[in-house]
Design a protein around this ligand. Structure first.
Ligand code: SF4
Length: 175
């Protein structure tokens, strides 16, 4: 749901969605038009509806698979959804990487010797930064930090614990 969609928009429809479709079995049996009516505010609703229903149909018997290959094979499951599901859903020690986490790392590591990070670099960084334990708490903390402190348009650098070593802050004209 969060793909190309801001979390406040997801938040607005999430409760209704989960009440209507509390299980993958319920998704498998969803009426496509009714599902679209609920998820329409998210945008991209046709492809999301098809993906939800297909995931429901393919997992209704055994539930969401914990196996990485089986999970990756489901529609619209890319590296972020895969790792987030395994970390938040199954408790595995996995890094996550979305635009918010990318923004945090690219700011903190600005002027660290790499001119420009590509997606592979970000995933490598995320692996390196992941603590040995408590990945779930670390990842939730990162998402929260990107939402409330290191925001897209006006990061609260003066209140930030990382300002001491953050490349972005240290290189600001007034940093
Ligand atoms: S100092 Fe500013 S840019 Fe750097 S991590 Fe903190 S909030 Fe983000």
């Amino acid at each position: 749901m969060l793909k190309q969609t801001r979390s406040p928009t997801v938040h607005r429809i999430y409760q209704e969605f989960i009440e209507e479709y509390p299980t993958v079995e319920a998704l498998a049996e969803a009426d496509r038009e009714e599902l679209i009516e609920i998820i329409q505010p998210l945008g991209l609703y046709n492809y999301r509806a098809d993906a939800f229903i297909e995931i429901g149909e393919r997992t209704a018997d055994g539930g969401l698979p914990e196996d990485e290959d089986l999970l990756s094979d489901l529609p619209q499951v890319g590296p972020y959804v895969l790792n987030a599901t395994l970390c938040f859903g199954f408790g595995e020690e996995r890094p996550i990487m979305d635009t918010n986490v990318e923004r945090i790392y690219s700011r903190v590591f600005q002027n660290s010797g790499v001119d420009e990070f590509d997606e592979g670099d970000f995933w490598e960084l995320a692996e390196c930064m992941l603590p040995e334990r408590e990945a779930r708490q670390y990842n939730l903390g990162l998402l929260d930090f990107g939402y409330s402190i290191c925001t897209h348009s006006s990061p609260s650098c003066d209140e930030c614990f990382a300002s001491e070593y953050c490349g972005y802050y240290q290189n600001r004209d007034d940093g």
